[in-house]
Design a protein around this ligand. Structure first.
Ligand SMILES: *[C@@H]1O[C@H](CO)[C@@H](O)[C@H](O)[C@H]1NC(C)=O
Ligand SMILES: *[C@@H]1O[C@H](CO)[C@@H](O)[C@H](O)[C@H]1NC(C)=O
Ligand SMILES: *[C@@H]1O[C@H](CO)[C@@H](O)[C@H](O)[C@H]1NC(C)=O
Ligand SMILES: *[C@@H]1O[C@H](CO)[C@@H](O)[C@H](O)[C@H]1NC(C)=O
Ligand SMILES: *[C@@H]1O[C@H](CO)[C@@H](O)[C@H](O)[C@H]1NC(C)=O
Length: 607
């Protein structure tokens, strides 16, 4: 087999494929017979379409994202456009100047722009970026990050020449480069296989990913990127022109800035990074995590920084679980984020003034107060709506501060069920893209009372199917036809009464009305890593101004030894907590605010 050349592999086809491929320890002589891997030019433009052929469980619209990238390592500039709307431009500063990043994104029907200084903030991404920017020895390409994966790395093995099937490049002959990883985390072995196809002239054709998506970090699946219009050579400087509506300097007062530079930086860099392929690897244990949860690193330094954060968090989790604590923690998909990064991405509402019934114009059309109908002594000791059509499935907000939209939609889905006896999933993306005027800010945070105010004005919401989740802010789509329309819509707040305490009033409302949205103080690290048990954090505050995350309360109960708890649904996927849920102590002092701001909806459908 030592003379197994690419040509023979092609001729013999599948029969010899495994032998010719990477499954066997190949003699080095075979590797040297492979052509030289393509080298990407220092300046190039390339476009690609990323397809996810699998039709996901909750979303039947096929996903196809178009990307256009301009990479100019020579002058330290990069631009990336997603679906023709969301654009990020990075410009490395000359000596003594700031390196700036401009994020141009849709806001209802026009573009808005945020300017960030690259290299501010905390966490391995920002620290690495800063180190790279300050280092004279690192190249501009390293400072900017690669758009196309670096096939000169030893993990990419040549796998012969082949005819491409289907898609934009069907029937073209291509050289295939394969990178394969096998993992076993104790749940059975799984394989990630990445195949990069290049034509004879060294143009990128396709990246076929069986595994975690190298571009957006999605779960294990089949992803196909078809490249086109690769043009090496000088890029017109105008491509990197920054629109005139972009601020010249970062503005610390803009929405979502969380009072400082850190948050904006994190959002910008993290988003840019999440669109580029991973170029770094090395630690066996951390690589398993990376491949399971889809992480990307722009540089070896960032990889090392994140690996360290992961190890530190893993140790904390192990120590906690070895102690005598009421709940257990998990090394989950947040384990290589620092606490600051976690708060910036997942809790953008932290520290922002929260609307309360006290400071909202009390408008009876929009806001009502719940009237209990069941006496305290008649309340059941256990109410659990999980698994019923009144409690919609656990969703995943991904890396977008949209908890407010998820909480609001969940309450509306319950109300729809109460009204019709049917479950219908409704659109979070509709809120994210369109509810700005009420004071919400897309992926940068928002509040359920403001979302509901907006709903009381527009009186219609698209279905999830018609307006699926994208995890980024986009233009407000006006032409969606599959909508639920309301004759009446209001939000109903649950307050203590003469005969019921705040907790009892919320219990009564859950019993009589079903799951509803509440807010929590979720900044505790043990919340981020929660796995199972009754969450009983005595430092967790139930005060209104400390509530920074929207969730849904789906029931309440009591353990055999008398521990009372709330059943709470989160939107961090079913991989978090108890299949996506958390049980939280029902002690009013330590309930993290579950009973503080419970809101459900009343609605009447339009004919
Ligand atoms: C490698 O090449 C062989 C022979 O063409 C083929 O059967 C196999 O599927 C290829 N592997 C990958 C991962 O593309
Ligand atoms: C590829 O070749 C097949 C068989 O010759 C043909 O039917 C098909 O139309 C071709 N596809 C494209 C996109 O050229
Ligand atoms: C929660 O903490 C409080 C105060 O330390 C304690 O009284 C209670 O028993 C704890 N609950 C659980 C479930 O451990
Ligand atoms: C409802 O409760 C909140 C918090 O305790 C309070 O600020 C508000 O005034 C109450 N609203 C009404 C209408 O009783
Ligand atoms: C809705 O409008 C968008 C652009 O505003 C367009 O791309 C899309 O095709 C339209 N969809 C329908 C169903 O008309």
């Amino acid at each position: 087999m030592n003379d197994c050349t690419a040509l023979r592999c092609l001729v013999l086809g599948a029969l010899w494929g495994r032998v010719c491929g990477f499954d066997l320890e190949l003699p080095t002589s075979v590797r040297t017979e492979s052509p030289a891997p393509p080298l990407w030019a220092p300046q190039y433009k390339v476009s690609w379409e990323l397809a996810v052929p699998y039709v996901s469980k909750l979303q039947s619209t096929p996903l196809l994202n178009r990307f256009d990238a301009w990479q100019d390592a020579e002058h330290g500039r990069q631009k990336l456009t997603k679906d023709g709307v969301e654009t990020t431009i990075e410009k490395l500063g000359e000596k003594g100047e700031d390196s700036l990043q401009y994020q141009i994104y849709p806001r209802i029907d026009k573009l808005d722009c945020r300017t960030d200084e690259i290299g501010g903030g905390a966490g391995p991404t920002a620290q690495t970026q800063r180190r790279l920017l300050q280092s004279d020895s690192s190249s501009n390409a390293a400072k900017l990050g690669l758009v196309l994966p670096d096939l000169t790395e030893s993990r990419w093995l040549y796998n012969g020449s082949t005819l491409l099937q289907e898609g934009r490049h069907a029937n073209k002959t291509a050289d295939a480069w394969v990178w394969r990883v096998t993992n076993d985390e104790g749940y059975g072995e799984y394989h990630n296989t990445y195949t990069f196809y290049v034509d004879k002239d060294g143009n990128p054709l396709r990246l076929n990913m069986w595994g975690v998506n190298l571009y957006t970090g999605g779960h294990f699946d089949l992803y196909i990127s078809d490249y086109f219009d690769y043009k090496a050579g000088e890029i017109d400087e105008q491509e990197f022109d920054v629109p005139s509506f972009c601020p010249e300097k970062p503005d610390p007062d803009e929405p979502g800035s969380n009072g400082g530079r850190f948050h904006r930086n994190m959002g910008g860099i993290a988003r840019m990074r999440s669109l580029l392929p991973n170029a770094h690897y090395g630690d066996e244990e951390y690589d398993v995590f990376v491949l399971r949860h889809g992480r990307r690193h722009r540089s070896a330094e960032e990889y090392e920084g994140r690996r360290q954060v992961y190890q530190d968090n893993k140790l904390k989790v192990q120590e906690w679980n070895a102690g005598s604590n009421a709940h257990q923690l998990d090394v989950n998909h947040f384990a290589d984020w620092t606490q600051e990064e976690f708060e910036a991405l997942m809790l953008p509402n932290k520290g922002r003034p929260r609307p309360s019934l006290g400071n909202m114009a009390f408008d009876n059309r929009r806001v009502k107060l719940h009237r209990p109908t069941v006496a305290k002594h008649l309340l059941p000791s256990y109410v659990d709506w999980r698994g019923t059509p009144a409690d919609s499935p656990v969703k995943d907000q991904a890396a977008c501060g949209s908890c407010w939209a998820f909480g609001s939609v969940a309450s509306m889905e319950t109300a729809y069920y109460r009204e019709t006896g049917k479950q219908l999933l409704l659109s979070e993306q509709h809120f994210i893209d369109c509810a700005w005027d009420a004071g919400n800010t897309g992926c940068l945070g928002g509040f359920q009372p403001l979302a509901f105010n907006w709903m009381a004005d527009v009186l219609e919401l698209a279905t999830e199917e018609a307006y699926p989740y994208q995890g980024v802010t986009n233009f407000c789509k006006k032409n969606v036809t599959d909508k639920v329309r309301f004759k009446k819509f209001s939000q109903v707040w649950v307050n203590a009464t003469d005969s019921l305490t705040q907790e009892e009033a919320v219990m009564e409302a859950i019993y009589t009305k079903g799951p509803m949205t509440v807010s929590v103080n979720a900044e505790g690290e043990d919340w981020r890593f929660y796995k199972a048990g009754i969450y009983n954090n005595t430092r967790c505050s139930p005060k209104l101004k400390k509530l920074d995350h929207a969730v849904v309360v789906s029931g309440y109960g009591e353990t055999e030894d008398g521990q009372k708890y709330w059943i709470v649904k989160n939107t961090w996927s079913a991989n978090w907590g108890e299949k996506g849920y958390i049980r939280i102590s029902r002690d009013p002092a330590y309930d993290c605010g579950i009973a503080t701001q419970a809101i459900y909806n009343e609605l009447e459908l339009a004919d």
